[in-house]
Ligand binder design. Sequence first.
Ligand SMILES: [Fe+2]
Length: 271
Amino acid sequence: MNPKLSAYLETGISIKGSRFVAIELIRMLDNADVSMQDVGMCISKDQALLVKVLRLANSSFFGVSGRVGTVQEAMTVLGMQTIRKMAISLGMVGAFSESTDLKAFWKHCLQTALNADYLATMLDFPKEVCYVAGLFCDIGLLFMYEKNPDLLKAALHWEVEEAELLAHEREILGFDHAELGEAMSIHWHLPDCISYSIANHHSEDAWSAGPISAIVYCADRLTHAMLAGKPFSVETILPASMLAFLRLDEAQWQELVNKQAVFAQQAAFLS
Ligand SMILES: [Fe+2]
């Protein structure tokens, strides 16, 4: 590992409380035998998170107002994947300060997660893992924020080109947020596909690391374009090699673009 990166990581990013529960839930994604009971028990380890999950499950957002009193009931009504994604999102988003910078940061992450989830559904890839991989692709920026808040401020100026941002980080720190995020994911023992997608989320060759990495790249590109007010046309945003790999056509892309306003509302609601 890059020695500057390992020295930076040594101080560690704390994973206690709801952040710890979120990480545990992500580790479970690798295990097809996990039951609703396992997920419910994990969420129940953190009472504050449990209350947030039940509040959201009962909100008008899901249209089951007041019908669920326990996490098991919530999973029966809304499905285990929905509740697990909700707990992971709330566990990570709620575990940090309320600063405006972080609100904008999480809005971006949630929008990318929703884009990845939708793309995975359209293209028939595992959508829950794509959602989480999208949510986590910029996790390295979060760690940088705890140590170098100005770097996150630079990243949140969406008009800054991604390549420019990565070069700026490498100049200051000796590594970029994709490398740092990958190292954090490995350190937390998250599934390999999530580590790969974090490492490749700004690489035009992300498809070579598999479909989940390719989907997260596309999802993140669209979120950047949307927040920067840039054109959404598929050929201006995605390289031809990515489109060919995913077999993503223009009609599917347009369908995703048409969802952006709804996803922006959902991301604002959750952040
Ligand atoms: Fe990024």
